[in-house]
Ligand binder design. Structure first.
Ligand code: SF4
Ligand code: SF4
Ligand code: SF4
Ligand code: FES
Length: 945
């Protein structure tokens, strides 16, 4: 448990090897050169009063509260903007200084409501504290003159209020929005007494460019910008540090509570992935934990047409075990399987795959990474020898050229995007490779040097064209290649990409991107200094997803952009623990640590630890499980924390597979779409109720700490353990830390990991005897596989072709305020920003079809059709349309196809040939689906006793 108020040093830490010694009020102190007097004073134990300074922002020097006297210097400089000097003698608390400070404070207070006792910031207000520190006892100017006390409160944002009557115009909010978030939504309007904070064009926060990251709220020293939960429930009084459960950035938060009630989430300054920043989801969208839709009691039913019946945990677990045993007795050992969750902890994912390999006696375990980053695993393992990104997030601070391919960081990975934008504002160059004009292409103070708006499905053609330029124009980093790469493979690759057919000019017909742009981008990446590639699902979710990942790795090796800060190949992972669920052996062919089940030595480790014999044959992948269900050989599944009926492609096929099974067990927070096909529902715990670890996109193992007890009475790991015990395989963990101890015992990359060490700070795997502090940057002296392997990446067009019936290409993605299938975010106030999925269509395509902005349209493919509203925008190119998949009433995945990556079966979500036509409203199936879902969610009334 931690305190609420953290020490604020006033100004940022400055790194310097040169130390400067000075005295502050007679105390000698040594600090790095460039440090402010304010920070040095605090190092000496002396807190100088301040208002406009805070250690997350650059010094500004506007409030005049931090004045000091320096021997031999005239005047009273601001200690926040004045750097230390050798031998300096500083005085911080003379009568003259206190008088000056009181005078300034008097002016602030004369235009400030004196409602401290009833103010929501009471007890945690820097203005109140500072007034006390300077000894303010009277306000001579009275309160009758002009003031801002009647300025109306802007409560338009669902999560925080803006009460200008309390504003002291310190500009911390404006600077936080610029420096930390990089959105530039706020300004100080007017001058002198009339100056005030304005959002956007002096409009309500909700309609401005504000993205609700909350950095301004956190920076505000008064109650002007304040969380509504604090206004309603009062100030928190203790906190627990934990990790966000939304995206793969892995931001650390202080969950601040009063009693056992969460009041707010405050990004933790010491969080190594987020350094005190957050996005709207992590900071504000946690209310789903208390949403009335949440299921608190286990439930069972005989048939999916029956209503649910609430039962005890014992009865529900007994039913799961008896059903799975019955199915295995009738259909064989391989007739049941699991899907582990990338939303649950490492310990929980580990336990679910262990359940399969022990109690079930098969390898039928898969995870949602199948449908997102499995090509990353395959591609990076093949080329580098490890299935993970090469850098830490901080590495971007040293990048000179940043390539963003098939990713939309400002929406998908917003806190990392803020970091990236900061580096871009400092001068790094940006290359965006994406069919859509994502925000990064042009936003305040950021503009891409190149945007290559390639046609969906042509990533490999583009990567080969970029490689062609690098090889044929002599831009290879020969030294790196000669010393670090497999030379035979390099020769084959270089000969291949040099072929005229791979030139930007030849590929222009395929990618539709002008060759000159491709040539310019390739030269910039190869010669612009440190080149870092960040990529996302726009690379992996293709029939050539694994090929494209290897194409990216080839580019990085050819240019020597690996093995140091500022460079690398960086997959931006989607879900909070998708890296961890893969690391934990969730795939049917791999035991923890990405070791193939066919390797006898690896099996032997687990056979000894678990006391069972492990099948050397890989088990079924998710699509194979569904195929086998339709064929009648796969009859039971335990799905923890995934909603495959909404998230997986070709919905008809998924639901046919689920409907064919005899026992579908869903373990989740809500009756999701998959639960429509379930026979047992086991209520899950939210991240606030979990103890364990998540692993983020930079391989960082973050602690997740229990903020409140599981509201259902059982942690998710305890449920899995109970199923295993009921099936006859004993598991006896007393705490998730014991599960991590087992992971460390059996997995070399985790050998040095345990909860006690993680409680001193997160680490990045590998963490073992060779790297006891973890590994921020991989492949420094050599690749994990020895020599880096360049792979020939021939472009093969997808079988999904446009034609007269389906002339447009649909690509999908997500937006900032919603998350994945929306199960959590749809149950928060985030719906004000995105209440429905929209179809982005180019004005020309819209006009050809008689479609106007806001019209209902029918979206049809070879797989199915759905209806949604159109958003006419030139953000997409002609011929390309785009939508999100956050809402089950739209179910964008009814139109996506069964095509998938050749190596991993990762679905080709990003390329579907479709037609769009005007429509009157939702399709018939959407209405009947609503009815079916409502019927399926009926819970039998409990008879009165
Ligand atoms: S809103 Fe808060 S942070 Fe912004 S200027 Fe006013 S007092 Fe300062
Ligand atoms: S919430 Fe974030 S984006 Fe909005 S004004 Fe504040 S700092 Fe800017
Ligand atoms: S960036 Fe990701 S991890 Fe960070 S607060 Fe937002 S959703 Fe959570
Ligand atoms: S804190 Fe230094 S001028 Fe405001």
């Amino acid at each position: 448990m931690s305190l609420i108020q953290e020490l604020d040093h006033g100004t940022k830490f400055v790194a310097s090897e040169t130390m400067v010694t000075l005295t502050v009020d007679g105390h000698s102190v040594s600090v790095p050169e460039g440090t402010s007097i304010m920070r040095a004073s605090l190092e000496a134990g002396i807190k100088v009063p301040k208002l406009c300074a805070t250690d997350s922002l650059d010094s500004f020097g506007s409030c005049r509260m931090c004045l000091v006297e320096i021997e031999g210097r005239a005047g009273t400089p601001a200690s926040c903007t004045t750097p230390v000097a050798p031998g300096m003698k500083v005085r911080t608390f003379t009568e003259k200084l206190q008088k000056l400070r009181r005078g300034v404070m008097e002016l602030y207070i004369s235009d400030h409501p004196l409602d401290c006792l009833t103010c929501s910031a009471n007890g945690n207000c820097e203005l109140q504290d500072t007034a006390g520190e300077v000894g303010l006892r009277e306000v001579r100017y009275g309160y009758e003159g002009d003031n801002h006390l009647s300025s109306p409160v802007d409560g338009s944002n669902p999560y925080f209020n803006f009460d200008p009557s309390k504003c002291i115009v310190c500009s911390r909010c404006v600077r936080a929005c610029e420096e930390v978030q990089g959105t530039f939504a706020l300004t100080i309007e007017g001058r002198g007494f009339a100056s005030k904070v304005a959002a956007g064009m002096d409009e309500p926060f909700l309609t401005s460019e504000c993205v609700s990251c909350g950095a301004c709220v956190q920076a505000c020293p008064t109650a002007t910008l304040m969380e509504k939960t604090v206004v309603e429930m009062g100030q928190p009084e203790h906190s627990v540090v934990t990790t966000c459960a939304y995206c793969g950035v892995g931001c650390n938060f202080k969950a601040e509570l009063r009693g056992d009630q969460v009041i707010r989430m405050v990004p933790w300054k010491d969080g190594k992935a987020n350094h005190g920043h957050s996005c709207v989801k992590g900071r504000f969208a946690w209310g789903y934990a208390n949403h009335p839709d949440r299921i608190m009691q286990p439930m069972i039913r005989e048939k999916t047409s029956d209503p649910w019946r609430e039962v005890s945990w014992d009865e529900a677990i007994g039913r799961v075990a008896s059903e799975f045993k019955r199915i295995q007795a009738s259909y064989g050992k391989g007739a049941v399987g699991v899907i582990t969750s990338s939303r649950c902890t490492d310990e929980e994912a580990y336990l679910v795959q262990k359940l399969t390999r022990t109690a079930f006696g098969n390898n039928n375990t898969d995870t949602c990474a199948r449908v997102c980053h499995s090509p990353t695993g395959y591609g990076l393992k093949t080329t580098f020898g490890t299935s993970a990104g090469t850098q830490d997030f901080d590495s971007v601070d040293d990048a000179d050229v940043i390539v963003v391919m098939g990713a939309n960081p400002t929406d998908g990975h917003p806190v990392f995007a803020s970091r990236m934008k900061k580096r871009l504002r400092e001068g790094a160059k940006l290359i965006v490779i994406d069919p859509r004009r994502i925000d990064l292409v042009r936003m305040p103070h950021v503009e891409a040097a190149y945007h290559l708006p390639l046609r969906p499905g042509t990533n490999v053609a583009m990567l080969n064209a970029l490689a062609h330029v690098i090889v044929t124009e002599g831009l290879i980093n020969q030294e790196f290649v000669q010393s670090r790469c497999d030379l035979d493979a390099f020769s084959d690759w270089a000969a291949f990409v040099s072929q005229p057919g791979n030139s930007p000019e030849a590929m222009e017909a395929v990618t539709t991107v002008p060759a000159a742009l491709v040539r310019g981008a390739a030269r910039l990446y190869a010669t612009g200094g440190n080149g870092a590639i960040y990529y996302g699902l726009g690379v992996t979710e293709h029939s050539q997803g694994s090929t494209a990942v290897m194409g990216i790795a080839n580019l990085a090796m050819a240019t020597g952009n690996l093995g140091r800060r500022g460079v690398g190949v960086n997959p931006l992972r989607g879900q909070n623990n998708v890296q961890g669920s893969c690391d934990m052996g969730s795939f049917p062919h791999e035991l923890p640590g990405y070791r193939h089940v066919s390797e006898p030595a690896v099996r032997a480790i687990y056979e000894k630890e678990w006391g069972v014999s492990i099948d050397p044959e890989p088990g079924l992948r998710i699509p194979n499980m569904l195929d086998a269900a339709v064929e009648g050989t796969f009859r039971g599944i335990y799905i923890q924390g995934e909603d495959i009926a909404q998230s997986d492609p070709d919905t008809k096929h998924v639901t046919a597979g689920l409907a064919a099974m005899e026992c579908v067990v869903v373990h989740d927070l809500f009756l999701n779409e998959t639960a429509n096909y379930a026979h047992v529902f086991l209520p899950g715990a939210t991240f606030l109720e979990k103890d364990g670890t998540f692993i983020n996109a930079e391989r960082r193992i973050n602690r997740v700490r229990k903020v409140i007890e599981p509201r259902t009475g059982m942690g998710d790991w305890e449920v899995t353990q109970a199923i295993s015990n009921a099936m006859g395989y004993a598991m006896n963990y007393a705490h998730p830390s014991e599960i991590m101890d087992e992971i460390a015992r059996t997995t070399p990359t985790f050998a040095g990991v345990n909860f006690a060490m993680l409680d001193h700070g997160s680490v990045q795997w590998p963490c073992n005897e060779k790297a006891p502090e973890g590994t921020p940057i991989m492949h420094i002296d050599g690749f994990a596989r020895g020599k880096g392997l360049m792979v020939v990446t021939e472009f093969v067009a997808t079988d999904e072709k446009v034609g007269p019936r389906f002339p447009l290409l649909l690509t999908t993605g997500r937006i900032l305020s919603q998350y994945n299938v929306g199960a959590q975010t749809r149950r928060t106030a985030n719906v004000v920003w995105h209440a429905e999925d929209l179809l982005e269509i180019h004005p020309q395509d819209a006009e050809d079809r008689g479609i106007r902005d806001g019209d209902w349209v029918r979206l049809a493919s070879r797989s199915g059709e759905t209806s949604l509203r159109a958003h006419v925008t030139d953000r997409v190119a002609p011929g390309v349309i785009y939508t999100t998949f956050h809402h089950p009433t739209t179910q964008a995945n009814v139109v996506t196809t069964e095509y998938s990556d050749w190596a991993t079966n990762c679905p080709e979500y990003k390329v579907t040939a479709v037609q769009v036509s005007p429509s009157n409203g939702p399709s018939a199936w959407q209405d009947s689906y609503r009815e079916m879902a409502a019927k399926s969610r009926r819970i039998e009334a409990v008879p009165a006793k």
